[in-house]
Design a protein around this ligand. Structure first.
Ligand SMILES: NC(=O)c1ccc[n+]([C@@H]2O[C@H](COP(=O)([O-])OP(=O)(O)OC[C@H]3O[C@@H](n4cnc5c(N)ncnc54)[C@H](OP(=O)(O)O)[C@@H]3O)[C@@H](O)[C@H]2O)c1
Length: 329
């Protein structure tokens, strides 16, 4: 099979197309023919060895695919050859193998795809859809003013919609360009704020009647993350979930004093430890149903042939994408 491998860390140029034997499904596993492989921002960091997980080289990146069942291992029941499925490798803590023509996965983790759901949209709803959904469960937006950073991105574009449908009073979407802000308004954001502008915190606070957002979903890090401490309302919660938080920021006496005297909290969020095989299937089914009935729009911001993963990574890390970026073998 064709697969995209890295044998050294570095820029997008480190990807190399290789021919490698397709994996064989062992007992309890299935082989999936990949029709769409998702790209996540974390993989741009893995490629440079800047992520929490260091890939063992050579490595094939990719943690989520959608496709059809190609072969079935011993002891697997209830899955047919040719069935359309989502294969969330990350649910087993596997962050590799997706940028390829075939992947093997534990049969217990695959989720059926409704006929009306495209492979591309299904891929958008896996890591990013589940992350957005679980963020709204960990920090429920009902009745609250919420600020969503990187709101036009893969997670952000879904979180805007899920926060709104979960009853957020006001959704403030922050992003870096006018086009991205227009896009998030179309998705249902009440207000768009350009967080590259110096007055963005004041703008975000103006939109709230309690002196700032009650909840901030933060994935950007650096100066933006630090400014969130100024924006947050009394009793507010700053939920930090982004790998981009490797853009450092320091909390000094000023920020900590603010937290104490305004009774605020900062919480961390990571998707994978929250998943169980049962919740995974239920929650994916919920997201797929929402997409099929038009209540959740998965935006595909770019579809690239497998051999053009370098270009896909360039546009994603260059902040040129909205929604989900997909590879098609
Ligand atoms: N904790 C978890 O379990 C979990 C799960 C999934 C994803 N995540 C994290 O959630 C974040 C979003 O992931 P995603 O895959 O959906 O990516 P994405 O949002 O589609 O892309 C990243 C976005 O971040 C913004 N950004 C701000 N500063 C940036 C910088 N210096 N370089 C590049 N981009 C910058 C850009 O939007 P603007 O141009 O509008 O600023 C960019 O489009 C990532 O940090 C990812 O690691 C965490």
């Amino acid at each position: 099979m064709k697969a995209l491998q890295i044998s050294r860390f570095g820029g997008p140029e480190v990807f190399e197309m290789v021919e490698t034997p397709a994996p064989t499904p062992g007992p309890g596993e299935v082989l999936v023919c990949v029709r769409a492989a998702g790209i996540n921002f974390a993989e741009t960091l893995m490629r440079e060895n800047r992520y929490a997980v260091t890939p063992e080289l050579p490595a094939i990146l990719g943690t989520e695919v959608a496709g059809t069942i190609e072969a079935i291992g011993d002891g697997v029941a209830g899955i047919e050859i040719g069935a359309r499925v989502a294969a969330p490798l990350f649910a087993a803590g596997v962050f590799f193998g997706g940028y390829a023509e075939y992947v093997v996965i534990d049969a217990g983790l695959v989720a059926p795809l409704p006929d009306a759901l495209s492979f591309e949209d299904a891929t958008a709803l896996m890591v990013q859809g589940l992350t957005a959904l679980y963020l709204t469960k960990q920090a429920p937006p009902e009745g609250k003013t919420v600020l969503i950073n990187a709101a036009a991105g893969g997670v952000g574009s879904l979180l805007v919609q899920l926060a709104k449908s979960a009853g957020a009073k006001t959704v403030i979407a922050a992003a870096s360009t006018t086009q991205k802000l227009d896009f998030v308004r179309l998705l249902g954001a009440d207000i768009g704020v350009d967080y590259t502008k110096p007055d963005w915190v004041e703008r975000a606070c103006e939109e709230s009647d309690v002196g700032g957002p009650d909840i901030i979903y933060e994935s950007v890090g650096g100066a933006v993350a630090k400014a969130c401490f100024d924006a947050l309302a009394p009793l507010g919660e700053l939920v930090i979930y982004g790998a981009l938080n490797i853009q450092d920021f320091h909390l000094g006496v000023k920020e900590l004093g603010g937290l104490i005297f305004k009774n605020q909290s900062v919480t961390g969020f990571a998707l994978v430890p929250l998943l169980t095989p049962k919740s995974l299937k239920t929650d994916l089914a919920e997201l797929f149903d929402l997409a099929v009935c038009g209540q959740l729009k998965a935006t595909i911001g770019g579809t690239y042939p497998l051999e053009c993963a370098d270009e896909a990574h360039r546009v994603l890390e260059g902040r040129h994408t909205t929604g989900k970026v997909i590879l098609v073998p």
